[in-house]
Design a protein around this ligand. Structure first.
Ligand code: AKB
Length: 316
C-alpha cells in the first residue's frame, strides 16, 4: 500500500530537499508539498502542491482529508534570530501548527508525524560540551522555549493518546541548494557563498563560538531514518539529540582556506552572539545511534569540498 505524505512548510531550507528526497522514495504523486506560498524551485513545479497556512486548522485538515494523508512532516517554524524579533508570532506559529497535527493524529486522521526540534532547547545552564540527551534545559530564546514546550507536548500526546510522533533536535544545517532563513547558525552557509563571491567573509559570531552543525544530506537521512524506524525502536518521544560535526567560525575558515587560496575572515558579532553563547558547543547523540541506527557521513572537510564545488557552478 502507498504511503501518502504531506509536508507542511515544504519551501524552507529543510523542506525543499526533503520534498525532493521523499518524492524519490515514495513517488511524486504521493508526496504533497505545502507552504504559505508556492516555492520557485524546480521541485515544486511538478507534483502536488497546496497553498496553506500551517496555523489554519481548516486548511491543514482539508489537505489531510483531500489526499488521505498518512504521514505529516511539519517543517514550518520561525527560527531563532527571527523569533527574537517577533516573539508572539513565533510562539503562535511554532505551537499552533504543532497542536493542529497532534490533534489530527489523535483523531486518527493521520498515522505518523515528524516534528523538528533543535539544539535551541538547551540553554546557558546546560553542560556545554557533549551535551547529554537528558540534562538541564532552560532555553533563553523564544525559539528554544517553543521547541522545548513542543517536545513536552509530543511526549504527552504519545503517552496519553498513542500519537506516533517522532522528532530530532537539529543542529545548524548546511546546504548549497537552499538558503537558511533567520537562524543563528546561518553564518556557516553564508561563509561559503562569500568565499566564492569575494574570497572574504565578515562573521556575525566571534571566532571561538563552537556550535553543533550538520551537512543537509545527513539531516535528510536522519529525518527519513527516524520516520522509517520500527515503532518500538523509537524509544524517545520528546526529541533525539543528533550530532555530526562541531566547529568554530575560525576552524571553518581554516578549512575553507585549505581549499581556497587567500580566503580571509573577520568578526563583527551582533545580537546573534548571545543566542549562540546560550547553546551547546557539541552534542552527545548516542541514544539516536543506539535506538534507530543513526550515523553521519559528512565531516567538515568533505562538506567543505562539496559546498565549494557545487557553489562554484551554481554561482558561475
Ligand atoms: C537556528 O539557528 O535557529 C537553527 C537551529 C539551530 O535550530 N538553525
Amino acid at each position: 500500500m502507498n504511503t501518502t505524505i504531506l509536508i507542511i512548510g515544504a519551501c524552507g531550507q529543510i523542506g525543499t530537499e526533503l520534498t525532493a528526497k521523499l518524492r524519490e522514495i515514495y513517488g511524486i504523486d504521493n508526496v504533497i508539498a505545502s507552504d504559505i506560498r508556492k516555492g520557485e524551485q524546480e521541485v515544486f513545479q511538478t507534483g502536488p502542491f497546496e497553498v496553506l497556512d500551517a496555523m489554519n486548522l481548516e486548511q491543514v485538515t482539508a489537505a489531510v482529508e483531500k489526499y488521505k494523508v498518512d504521514e505529516v512532516y511539519l517543517m514550518a517554524a520561525l527560527l531563532s534570530a527571527t523569533a527574537e524579533k517577533n516573539p508572539a508570532f513565533a510562539w503562535d506559529l511554532n505551537m499552533n501548527s504543532l497542536f493542529h497535527v497532534l490533534n489530527l493524529a489523535k483523531e486518527n486522521k493521520i498515522k505518523k508525524i515528524f516534528w523538528p526540534s533543535s539544539i535551541a532547547v538547551f540553554g546557558p545552564t546546560t553542560p556545554k560540551y557533549n551535551t547529554p540527551q537528558y540534562t538541564v534545559m532552560e532555553p533563553s530564546t523564544v525559539y528554544g522555549i517553543s521547541k522545548q514546550a513542543g517536545e513536552r507536548w509530543c511526549e504527552y500526546y504519545f503517552n496519553k493518546f498513542g500519537v506516533d510522533v517522532r522528532s530530532i533536535r537539529y543542529p545548524g544545517l548546511i546546504s548549497w541548494k537552499t538558503l537558511p532563513g533567520g537562524g543563528t547558525t546561518d553564518y556557516a552557509v553564508d561563509i561559503y557563498y562569500k568565499a566564492i563571491e569575494d574570497n572574504t567573509y565578515k562573521c556575525f559570531l566571534s571566532e571561538e563560538t563552537g556550535l553543533p552543525m550538520m551537512y543537509m544530506d545527513d539531516a535528510i537521512k536522519a529525518t527519513i531514518g527516524i520516520m522509517q524506524a520500527k515503532k518500538e525502536d523509537v524509544k524517545i518521544r520528546s526529541s533525539y539529540n543528533l550530532s555530526a560535526i562541531s566547529f568554530t567560525p575560525k576552524e571553518l575558515a581554516t578549512c575553507i582556506a585549505e581549499e581556497q587560496n587567500g580566503f580571509t575572515i573577520s568578526y563583527e558579532p551582533d545580537f546573534r552572539q548571545a543566542i549562540a553563547d546560550s547553546w551547546p558547543s557539541s552534542i552527545d547523540d548516542s541514544e539516536a545511534r543506539k535506538d534507530w541506527g543513526w550515523s553521519h557521513d559528512f565531516d567538515m572537510k568533505k562538506m567543505t569540498k562539496t559546498m565549494l564545488e557545487n557553489l562554484k557552478t551554481k554561482l558561475a
